[in-house]
Design a protein. Structure first.
Length: 667
């Protein structure tokens, strides 16, 4: 198959048939750019799924209705059912869970295959006239348990046999003391070289993977389990060396891991089942949980394998340990094809994990034309999972409004306003196409606890969305950047007097002089009600791209910021006189500590006077002055040095210039 995929055999072949939806992800991951055409997974449609369920529960309409409700409430199980064999397995497990007391309805794949194993063991024991009152593997009698362990070991060994997994077996492959307990199929095949042969295979590849994981969980210690899991996890990361740690394993275990490390992708599914079977709990109880130490380390990205594993554990302690690991915050991406979540199962697993993340996560939403449905599924999962945890809040949400269809953006944002989990985030960064941003106004108004807002716009836009800021009573930090200027809103932008803003950054570029006056008006309109308030709290202000036409407005704004501690005038085009004029607004400021001026100040010596320089830098509380690399005028720096020596109030003040090296008084 590998040679076909790499076009070394049958180079014109363009169709791949598979029964595994995860194959699409594996193919793209392992064979890019060879797989560059089209991969299509064909199975049951929605109508065929419902028709099959109707026929299975034909005589029991109540059970049929309950099952359809179950499919709706557990969408990742539903997503598995477009594979006909999965559909049969899930229907059988559900039927038997309803007719057998004490058997829970499965919510995870591990629970599903555990229930399937239980069901098949019951059937086998019944047909073999054995006692089947309790037939979970661990409760079998000694003889049957020994044979089941042999079966599980066989599943593990054959899965990792040679350079690739083996799924079809001949009689000579089967151990002597062996019973398949109804978990394998027997069939008769005709071969040209062997004649008629009996062959064996597990009912489903996932069942073989589950049994391999059961063998791992029951025959190896926790050090080997973690090493095996880490080896599988290294499939999805560039930090492969970080995961290949066999030091705690014995010689035999290390040799086994070394023999399978070249086929790490085949370890992924058994490793996920391993997490589900063990719950990532340490054995024996009471010991320091090595799983918590491993999963809490920095650098473990929330790949789909890791997210699936955390969900399969159904262990909130492990999940919160991962998301709140030592000095690390996880970045979770929704959208963009092959990122953390790209199937309904991924979304459902991730939302469950976020429910127990304690907010220790940075979340990225990419709303583009390919991922609209995915975002809606994810948000629905958030609503389903997080309705019982109203205090949960994201620390940081990044929202990418990139879809060409405004209606798609509107639909996604509408669903997001229903998730309290999202509404209570404290920091949001929005990257937007201009047409999408005004649609976000309603969503912004719903962010009742927002303290930090950044908006980055990549094209000219209307600024009506700014009216949403009026409702953000807790907003403290506001950053706005635009590469192509702006169009002023028709409504008043003034905030209520009782604002809490402490930091304002307006980075609005424009490509023509005609936009200067509009930008000037925007800067002034946006800040006038804030800075003219006697209780102004603004401590940091970044006002780049200031021109001489805008000096009066900026001077007025700065003059009314008595608590200003930092002023950044990067990329300004004011000239020396303009800078002096702007700084004169700070004459009575007693709080300023840091002034950044990013402008060419290569002045002729005749323009440098002691009086102008004193006016330039003598602010009572000034601690640092940052000048650009272009400030190379020797006379200018020498005069600064003389002023620092003569003025005792400036002792200890830092000046950054040239290559931004600090200079203290007298240096």
């Amino acid at each position: 198959m590998k040679y076909i995929l790499c076009r070394q055999l049958l180079p014109n072949c363009t169709i791949i048939l598979t029964t595994r939806p995860s194959a699409k992800h594996t193919l793209r991951l392992n064979f890019q750019p060879q797989v560059d055409k089209h991969v299509e997974i064909i199975g049951f449609t929605e109508e065929e799924r419902v028709k099959y369920i109707t026929e299975v529960f034909n005589n029991e309409p109540e059970l049929q209705g309950n099952f359809l409700t179950y499919m709706f409430l557990v969408p990742h199980i539903k997503s598995m059912m477009y594979i006909p064999l999965n559909c049969a397995i899930i229907a059988q497990v559900y039927y038997e869970s309803q007719s057998s007391q004490g058997l829970a309805i499965p919510k995870t794949r591990t629970q599903l295959y555990k229930a399937l194993t239980h069901s098949l063991l019951v059937r086998y024991m019944k047909e073999s006239n054995h006692d089947y009152s309790s037939v979970l593997p661990e409760n079998l009698n000694k003889k049957d348990l020994g044979m089941f362990k042999t079966l599980a070991k066989f599943a593990f060994d054959s899965y990792h046999k040679g350079k690739s997994r083996k799924v079809t077996f001949f009689k000579e492959d089967i151990p002597l003391d062996f019973a398949h307990f109804g978990l394998m199929n027997e069939s008769t095949e005709m071969y040209a070289s062997k004649g008629v042969e009996k062959t064996f295979s597990f009912l489903h590849l996932s069942l073989q993977e589950y049994l391999a994981a059961w063998h791992l969980a029951n025959s190896y210690g926790i050090d080997f389990q973690i090493a095996y899991y880490g080896l599988a996890l290294s499939t999805y990361t560039s930090l492969q060396h970080q995961y290949r740690n066999y030091s705690s394993c014995n010689k035999e275990e290390s040799a086994l891991l070394s023999s399978i490390e070249n086929d790490r992708s085949s370890l992924v599914e058994p490793a996920i089942f391993l997490a589900g079977i063990t719950g990532c709990r340490c054995q024996p109880e009471g010991c320091k949980n090595k799983w918590e130490i491993y999963l809490g380390q920095e650098g473990l990205e929330p790949t789909r394998m890791l997210v699936h594993s955390l969900y399969e554990t159904q262990n909130p302690n492990i999940i919160s340990c991962y998301f709140a690991g030592e000095d690390c915050r996880r970045d979770v991406v929704i959208g963009l094809g092959l990122h953390t979540a790209h199937t309904p199962y991924d979304c459902y697993a991730l939302t469950y994990c976020l429910q127990h993340s304690l907010g220790q996560v940075n979340l990225d939403f990419y709303i583009n034309d390919d991922d609209v449905l995915l975002v809606k599924i994810f948000v629905k999962g958030l609503i389903d999972h997080c309705s019982t945890t109203p205090s949960l809040a994201l620390e940081h949400l990044r929202l990418w409004l990139l879809a060409d269809s405004v209606e798609d953006v509107k639909t996604c944002l509408y669903h997001m306003t229903k998730a309290k989990f999202l509404r209570e985030t404290k920091k949001i960064v929005i990257y937007s196409k201009s047409r999408s941003l005004n649609i976000a106004q309603t969503f912004l108004q719903s962010l009742i606890k927002l303290q930090h807002l950044e908006v980055h716009i990549d094209s000219p836009t209307s600024w009506e969305w700014l009216t949403a800021i009026k409702s953000l009573s807790d907003l403290r930090i506001l950053h706005i950047s635009s590469d192509e200027g702006c169009c002023l809103p028709q409504t008043d932008l003034s905030w209520p007097i009782k604002h809490k803003l402490t930091e304002v950054v307006l980075d609005i570029k424009y490509s023509s002089h005609d936009l200067c006056s509009s930008t000037d008006m925007l800067v002034y309109s946006l800040l006038k009600s804030v800075v003219l308030s006697k209780s102004s709290l603004i401590k940091k202000m970044v006002l780049p791209n200031i021109t001489r036409d805008m000096m009066a407005s900026v001077h007025n704004i700065i003059q009314h910021c008595p608590n200003l501690e930092m002023l950044d005038l990067k990329r300004s085009r004011l000239g020396y006189d303009g800078i002096i004029y702007i700084c004169s607004a700070l004459r009575y400021n007693t709080s300023l500590k840091y002034l950044v001026i990013d402008e060419d100040l290569q002045l002729p010596p005749s323009r440098i006077t002691k009086q102008s320089l004193v006016q330039f830098i003598t602010f009572a509380s000034m601690e640092r002055l940052s000048l650009p690399c272009k400030t190379t005028c020797t006379d200018f720096l020498l005069e600064l040095n003389r002023i620092l020596k003569d003025n005792r109030t400036l002792e200890g003040m830092k000046i950054q210039c040239g290559l931004f090296l600090p200079l203290s008084a007298g240096e």
